[in-house]
Design a protein around this ligand. Structure first.
Ligand SMILES: [Zn+2]
Ligand SMILES: [Zn+2]
Length: 180
């Protein structure tokens, strides 16, 4: 079975990692494991933005790939950006193998609201499936319930399911067939 490996990027809450580890295989037909390694995000910190450049983190994740890795998903609490945007919830390499997601802006506390661990887990899972979808060559989907719908705010993530719509699922299957 295809193996998604979870790589903590910086200090990570073990509960969230274990939640993803259990939940991702229910959304995609993959198995999952948490790597014992940790990637330090500090070299990708840019003081002028007080944020971490996600493309640089993806670059540095390459050295954590194993022969058995199908997809490598970095998970982090730090605030991510790419130069053209104020922030990103995550970034992926189109076609794979690496993606990274941040839960920094998925926390209710970030918006001055009460902490909600269940909602945080759901949002992070949806974002993880979204970025993994990009590693499968999927682009954004017009179905706002599909995991591949674009989201520029957490409210949009909350509208999504943690699964792919029928047409995105069909695209993954046909992409895989082309490559086989
Ligand atoms: Zn996207
Ligand atoms: Zn879709």
């Amino acid at each position: 079975m295809k193996l998604v490996q979870l790589l903590p990027v910086g200090d990570m809450d073990g509960t969230l990692l274990r939640y993803l580890n259990d939940a991702i295989p229910r959304s995609l037909h993959v198995s999952c494991e948490i790597l014992p390694a940790v990637l330090d995000p500090q070299p990708s910190y840019h003081p002028e933005r007080q944020q971490y450049h996600s493309s640089e983190i993806l670059q540095r994740m390459q050295s954590f790939l194993h022969p058995q890795t199908w997809r490598l998903l970095g998970v982090t609490s730090v605030d991510l950006y790419i130069p053209i945007l104020k922030y990103v919830f995550g970034e992926a390499q189109m076609g794979g193998p690496c993606a990274v997601v941040s839960f920094h802006r998925l926390r209710q506390e970030f918006y001055g609201l009460d902490r909600d661990a269940t909602l945080l887990g759901q949002r992070l899972l949806k974002e993880a499936i979204h970025e993994l979808g990009h590693t499968l060559d999927l682009r954004h989907c017009h179905d706002h319930q599909c995991a591949m719908a674009s989201a520029h705010a957490v409210e949009w993530i909350d509208l999504r399911e943690s699964t792919l719509c029928e047409s995105c699922n069909a695209r993954v299957t046909s992409n895989a067939a082309v490559r086989a």
